[in-house]
Write a protein that binds this ligand. Structure first.
Ligand code: S3P
Length: 192
């Protein structure tokens, strides 16, 4: 069973969060796609994953895109897709870990839906991604250090655009999903 109805590491949701869409932001390995799918199923909303959507439309994997158009080219595609997905009705969107680097994307996310920062400690992120071969940013000599550096740089950006934070460091998927649901239901039951 989960520790509490809403664990101590989950913050109350900002009352200004638009209640009819949920956007998950956070680092690679935070659990955005896994939780997003479970959340959409619970709410009866649709689910969209920005990486999958980019891959589907271009016919290329994220790794191939990084190879061909560089990280900059990938970020342009990502900004467009985030703009599009965040306008769908009753949708849960799992964003790529770097989606918040663009200030316009951060603003769109915050204005259009309830943004939840799925936070996890760098060590937990490392354990979950260490065997990964699909994420181009981690195919480097010292991926653990890369992950820690990205975390330090991005943690303030995730916090800046999020309406609530749910910590997934020590929680399993079911408990973290329950926390995110509690956050969202607080807004859905009491809009404005
Ligand atoms: C990235 C995260 C990935 C993917 C790309 C770059 C990042 O998405 O968009 O590899 O910059 O953190 P996930 O967060 O879903 O792994």
């Amino acid at each position: 069973a989960c520790a509490t109805v809403m664990s101590a590491v989950t913050t109350a949701v900002d009352a200004r969060a638009p209640p009819d869409r949920a956007f998950l932001v956070g680092m690679m390995g935070a659990g955005k796609s896994t939780l997003g799918r479970a959340l959409a199923a619970s709410l009866g909303w649709t689910f969209a994953d920005s990486d999958d959507e980019i891959a589907r439309r271009t016919g290329r994997s994220v790794a191939e895109l990084f190879d061909r158009v560089g990280e900059g080219g990938f970020r342009l595609l990502e900004t467009q897709i985030v703009d599009e997905l965040t306008q769908r009705p009753n949708v849960v969107v799992a964003t790529g870990g770097g989606a918040v680097l663009n200030p316009r994307s951060r603003a769109r996310l915050s204005e259009r839906g309830c943004v939840i920062y799925l936070h996890a400690d760098p060590d937990a992120l490392w354990r979950r991604t260490r065997d990964d071969t699909r994420r181009p940013l981690l195919q480097v000599a010292d991926p653990r250090q890369t992950l820690a550096a990205l975390y330090r740089m991005r943690d303030p950006l995730y916090r800046e655009c999020a309406h609530a934070l749910v910590d997934t460091t020590a929680q399993d998927v079911a408990c973290a999903t329950a926390d995110v649901l509690t956050v969202l239901l607080a807004r859905i039951d009491a809009p404005d």
